[in-house]
Design a protein around this ligand. Structure first.
Ligand SMILES: NC(=O)C1=CN([C@@H]2O[C@H](COP(=O)(O)OP(=O)(O)OC[C@H]3O[C@@H](n4cnc5c(N)ncnc54)[C@H](OP(=O)(O)O)[C@@H]3O)[C@@H](O)[C@H]2O)C=CC1
Ligand SMILES: CC(=O)N[C@@H](CCC(=O)OP(=O)(O)O)C(=O)O
Length: 345
């Protein structure tokens, strides 16, 4: 396969390169940059010095797409929509890692992203790439909207409950933490070492752009009509997301039913593991891998269920899930090229 990565100089792009470089179906990878044309990747990322030399090429949508099978857009919101419009109707399938194509409704997008939405027809054509819950539609998609990192962890944790009607009338709070790579490679005061190290910071409380994405796809994929409370936090670590979800159901739950429904949802999924022994996972259980690990705890005193879901934001939350979607779109087994064990410790 011939692959293009646009935005290759960013964290999502370099993670795509790491994984695609050892995907046995991939023959050729071309890297595109809007600011570093002619530069070799290892000049920007010295850890790649002993890998094949990848030279960055200029982003020229008019010349791209016919020689490629897949174009990954690892570009900021706004840029992705503009590029996708130009790449439509070419031979290549597009997998977009940004949030541009994840929301169906124009005004919802514009309210939360504070920018003009992609054309309606494009947003409606894009298939939401939460692989475990949407594989049938992904199979025949030409454009995939890869999910956000927080929505990936949260939806994988909540959808088994939604699907059984357990979220109907329930109250759901998502309390999530992320590593600093979630903010990309551009230097910023938010992720400055001095301000992140030894610090834990809540941000985007009730205003984060992933809130409408989670509500929309909890509804579309799980049938739940839920208004969520969501508080993300920046944690002093490079990779990882932990979504801790508090569910106060309107009905009484029992431990055995909860175990059975999570087991039924994920027993055939290569990238979701549910702890069955009451343990809840930590982010290191998924570090540098495409795994999502889930654990649940039922509090018999309050009737509340706590669901803890962890992923690596750059892998299952971005590049890894994008490749999992490519595998589904091309009829490869889901784990082709992305089955590495997590790095531990
Ligand atoms: N980091 C994460 O954990 C996750 C990120 N995402 C999404 O993935 C996308 C990439 O994120 P990430 O890699 O972290 O961000 P980075 O900021 O690290 O990289 C984004 C890249 O986009 C490229 N870019 C910027 N402007 C343009 C332009 N006008 N035309 C073409 N390319 C441009 C830049 O490369 P160059 O200057 O070389 O063109 C830059 O390196 C974003 O949409 C992000 O929201 C999604 C899930 C998780
Ligand atoms: C730490 C940090 O800033 N994290 C980012 C993660 C979002 C992301 O990267 O996902 P999208 O593709 O939806 O933009 C944030 O909270 O916006």
């Amino acid at each position: 396969m011939n692959i293009a990565i646009v935005g290759a100089t960013g964290y999502g792009g370099v993670e795509l390169l790491r994984l695609l470089n050892q995907h046995y179906k991939v023959e050729n990878i071309t890297l595109y940059s809007s600011s570093q044309e002619g530069t070799a990747m290892h000049e920007l990322y010295p850890h790649l010095a002993s890998f094949p030399t990848y030279q960055l090429e200029a982003v020229t949508p008019e010349k791209m797409g016919e020689a490629h099978d897949v174009i990954f857009l690892s570009t900021p919101p706004g840029v992705s929509a503009e590029l996708t419009v130009k790449l439509l109707n070419k031979r290549a399938k597009v997998i977009d890692l940004s949030g541009d194509l994840r929301l169906e409704n124009q005004s919802v997008y514009e309210t939360w992203y504070k920018r003009t939405a992609a054309p309606d027809a494009l947003r409606q054509q894009a298939v939401y790439g939460l692989t475990e819950w949407n594989a049938l539609s992904i199979q025949s998609a030409n454009v995939v909207a890869n999910p956000g990192c927080y929505p990936t962890a949260s939806l994988l944790g909540l959808l088994p409950l939604a699907n059984e009607g357990i979220l109907d009338g329930a109250s759901v709070i998502i309390d999530a933490k992320t590593g600093t790579t979630g903010a990309g490679r551009s230097p910023s005061a938010v992720t400055h070492f001095s301000e992140t190290n030894e610090n834990l910071k809540a941000y985007g409380v009730n205003t984060h752009k992933h809130l409408p994405e989670m509500e929309e796809h909890l509804h579309k994929l799980g049938g739940a009509d839920q208004k969520l409370t969501f508080t993300p936090h920046l944690a002093p670590m490079a990779r990882g997301i932990m979504a801790t979800m508090y569910v106060q159901p309107s009905q009484e739950l029992n431990r055995k039913d909860i175990d059975e429904l999570y087991q039924a949802a994920y027993q055939n999924e290569p990238f979701v593991h549910v702890h069955q022994d009451g343990r809840v996972p930590s982010t290191k259980e998924t570090y540098a891998s495409n795994m999502c690990m889930i654990g649940t705890a039922l509090d018999e005193r309050t009737g509340r269920l706590t669901v803890v879901s962890v992923i690596d934001n750059l892998v299952k939350g971005a590049a890894g899930q994008a490749i999992q979607n490519m595998n589904v779109m091309f009829g490869f087994s889901q784990n082709t090229g992305i089955q590495q064990a997590p790095v531990f410790p």
